[in-house]
Design a binder for this molecule. Sequence first.
Ligand code: TTP
Ligand code: MG
Length: 361
Amino acid sequence: MNAPTTRKILHIDMDAFYASVEQRDNPDLRGKPIAVGGGANRGVTTTASYEARKFGVRSAMPGYKAKQLCPDLIFVPPRFDVYKEVSHQIRNIFKAYTDLIEPLSLDEAFLDVTVNKKDIPYGMEVAQEIMDRVKKDTQLTCSAGVSYCKFLAKIASGFKKPNGLTVVTPQRAEKFLETLPVKDFFGVGKVTAAKMAQMGITNGADLKTFTRLELIRYFGKRGDFYYNIVRGIDDRPVNASRVRKSLGVETTLEKDLASLEEISPILLRIIDEFYERLQKADNYGRTLTLKLKTHDFQTLTRSQSKNYFIRDKQEISRMAIALLKENMNTFDKIRLIGLTASNLEKEQNHSGGHQLSFEWE
Ligand code: TTP
Ligand code: MG
């Protein structure tokens, strides 16, 4: 960990995000225990205000249970558009410092600020500036973790919530990890934590007594990861690839085709593949787009949207075939055909798509 190669990684996470937005926009809710979600009788809580958390109300808790724990709990329906708007605002603040931003959900992201647009030498200073700007622009607070790798930055951001800033230097990393309960390790879920407890592993120091091979034997591929992170080794880059906004399948035809009779069987094959793709991703869109490339390389796209996520294969088929039929007279011959779903359910990982644990594989 020589100074020149040491990265500066930030993890920024909004505090009680949906609940704080609701309390910001409705003064009557301030200082009160609120839960954002379906209500006492249906659905689960997406998140709770700090006042409600004192009673044990948590994310993903059934409404009736939350109400049992906190009888005065006020349920507020979610307003995803507003959360998305705030998410854009904070993303724009991040962009003033770096383009290496990896969003994990609407309210949370990794930033690599080793080299940053303002030439600020200390990660902690960047984090403090970002926290101040978030507060100023959104009237909301966030917490930040600063370290030399993603794993430690993520854990650090949760350390002094809300409105907290925690730095874990390379020098402090190993000691920090030794005392950290394994259940708080980012990437150790409940099942793994229970298995580790059975093996006598409760904190980082316990985990360290196992060899790499032993951990691989017990936990498979993840064992290797555990071996490394407990030693503060995590070289994963901040991955600035964009959040998936569409899912699609397309194929270039063996020869250019002109008639509905010729194109239809190919479209049916595409529909099969497309549907399989959506199922595998467990992600569906509200918009279906038919893409055609003409023999002279013009791209035509024709879309249809619904106000719900289109999950039914027959409906997808009907829509796709109708889009093709309606547009048969817009080209002579085509050389490529494809189908895309957009306005995806899990576009931004909110609600059902929230990323509760991190994936290493
Ligand atoms: P988190 O950052 O996990 O939680 P939070 O911001 O509410 O609270 P904290 O201060 O502990 O960070 O999630 C961000 C938002 O995502 C949260 O406000 C609501 C939503 N969410 C769900 O919809 N379902 C869930 O299971 C979780 C955990 C969050
Ligand atoms: Mg948060």
